[in-house]
Design a protein around this ligand. Structure first.
Ligand SMILES: [Zn+2]
Ligand SMILES: [Zn+2]
Length: 133
């Protein structure tokens, strides 16, 4: 019972730490924030709870430059990523230059480019899933 209470208190602390920040913190930044209040909490506990909280839909996992990929194409285009096998494909969609101009005008940023990634299952993975059923 005590152990269960500590578990849910830790999860709440981690959720609070994410909600109090508006800068899209990394797991490590959250770990440092939580550890400042609870010196005994481990990095593993924080990472695990962040995973649970995103699966629960209480926070969102924003994937930003997760890993470098390299492309032979030089023109600007968008990508599709398969969440099943991790393969990356080119998206058949034109680059929307007007988004850059619109965001620049609204934020004062000098925009170099934007990237768009579509997530889902590739046809091969869809087929594999269907065969399992
Ligand atoms: Zn796939
Ligand atoms: Zn590409």
């Amino acid at each position: 019972m005590m152990k269960q209470q500590r578990k849910s208190r830790q999860r709440q602390q981690i959720l609070d730490a994410v909600q109090i920040r508006c800068d899209h913190p990394t797991a490590d930044q959250i770990y440092l924030d939580v550890r400042a209040k609870d010196a005994k909490i481990s990095r593993g506990t924080v990472y695990r709870n962040l995973g649970v909280l995103s699966e629960d839909g209480q926070i969102t996992n924003v994937k930003v430059f997760a890993a470098d990929r390299f492309d032979s194409r030089l023109d600007r285009h968008y990508h599709l990523v398969c969440t099943g096998c991790g393969k990356v494909f080119d998206a058949p969609l034109e680059y929307h230059m007007e988004y850059d101009a619109q965001i620049a005008a609204e934020t004062g940023f000098r925009i170099d480019r934007h990237r768009m990634i579509f997530e889902g299952l590739c046809p091969e993975c869809v087929k594999r899933e269907e065969e399992k059923m």
